[in-house]
Design a binder for this molecule. Structure first.
Ligand SMILES: Nc1ncnc2c1ncn2[C@@H]1O[C@H](COP(=O)(O)OP(=O)(O)O)[C@@H](O)[C@H]1O
Ligand SMILES: [Mg+2]
Length: 334
């Protein structure tokens, strides 16, 4: 299979003003030439094949959007190389955009006051989409989404969900080889998130479009991504199958218990009781959760230790979630 994206030792640095504190500092900043260099992306290497859906994950400020901006040709790398469909994106921006689609969540690429259908017709002209393909895509979209309520509506009158849906449909219309979706489900309700996931999945399947998806929503990852790449502070922490990760953390289970009495008090006591056991304890209003590595200690040992001092009124046992797996990588590495 062909690599549609080839990234080698890619870095992007920004020069930012060194800010000084206080009122005096703010005045100093006005005249300051005191810059520091921050690496938004540092030494990232990555190759992606046609048809893959890759989850590009990391905490806020990790460098995800900066990477995407370099792949789309908006930003020029500071060092390293990047090829998208065999081209250098920032040098060949016009040709590159013919073969990619881009959606930045909460920032529509569509014509604000035009009905969606008019935006589609403009895109047809701009990308030189032939009528046969255009009609086919519209028909295909019609099988995936109820187009009726959005097609004749100006984008500015749409709900966030409808707008996101429209943006995604628009970004795939010219049959790009790659589509970059930067936080497409941000701010959406559960039902709309599910619609969007179904849509992305169906288009990827039919058109074999490569999808690079950044998200904070582990539901998106679970529903769509076979492979995940994790970055933090600009640097790559992980690149592999999500199944590989789950296997790696396969010995982890979460034991959830409900105790009699005031739960917020109980958490500290449970933490103390389990101090010697190398587990991590967290809680919400309802449950105290204990993440257990069964290679180190048994869930039943943990449970009986808790029961020595507390009355357990309810319990659950869960496999480790994708979210917990990724949190562990952020904090401990692989
Ligand atoms: N134009 C810019 N000028 C200065 N710093 C920037 C610029 N764009 C991004 N950064 C910094 O680079 C880092 C990565 O940002 P970004 O790629 O937006 O992260 P993410 O999308 O993962 O949240 C952050 O520390 C951010 O403040
Ligand atoms: Mg971002």
């Amino acid at each position: 299979m062909e690599n549609v994206i080839e990234i080698n030792n890619l870095s992007k640095e920004f020069k930012v003003l060194n800010r000084h504190e206080g009122i005096k500092g703010s005045i100093m900043d006005l005249f300051s030439r005191d810059y520091k260099t921050v690496y938004a992306v540092k030494d990232v290497s990555l190759s992606i094949k046609q048809g893959e859906i890759v989850g590009y994950l990391g905490p806020n400020g990790a460098g995800k959007s900066t990477t995407i901006k370099m792949m789309t040709g908006v930003l020029k790398p500071s060092s390293g190389s990047i090829l998208v469909n065999g081209r250098v994106p920032y040098k060949d921006r016009a040709k590159n955009s013919q073969e990619i689609g881009v959606v930045f969540g909460q920032r529509s690429q569509l014509w604000w006051s035009l009905p969606l259908i008019e935006s589609f017709k403009l895109l047809k002209e701009i990308y030189g989409i032939d009528s046969k393909h255009y009609d086919e895509m519209m028909k295909f979209y019609g099988t995936l989404v109820d187009l009726e309520p959005i097609l004749h509506k100006p984008v500015r009158q749409m709900s966030l969900g409808q707008r996101t849906l429209s943006d995604i449909l628009a970004s795939f219309l010219h049959n790009p080889k790659i589509c970059f979706l930067d936080e497409p489900t941000i701010g959406l309700d559960v039902a709309m998130k599910s619609n969007i996931r179904t849509l992305i999945h169906a288009i990827n399947e039919k058109m074999n479009t490569t999808v690079i998806l950044t998200t904070h929503d582990m539901g998106d990852v679970d529903a769509l991504c076979k492979r995940i790449v994790i970055i933090d502070k600009g640097q790559m922490l992980y690149d592999n199958d999500i199944d590989h990760l789950r296997k790696f953390f396969g010995a982890y289970r979460t034991l959830k218990v409900r105790l009699k009495g005031d739960m917020s008090e109980k958490v500290k006591e449970v933490e103390k009781a389990l101090e010697a056991m190398d587990v991590s304890v967290s809680s919400d209003d309802e449950w105290i959760s204990v993440l257990v590595n069964e290679e180190k200690c048994g869930v039943l040992d943990v449970l009986s230790t808790i029961q020595k001092e507390h009355k357990v009124t309810d319990m659950q046992l869960q496999e480790i979630s994708t979210e917990e797996v990724i949190k562990k990588i952020y904090t401990e590495g692989v």
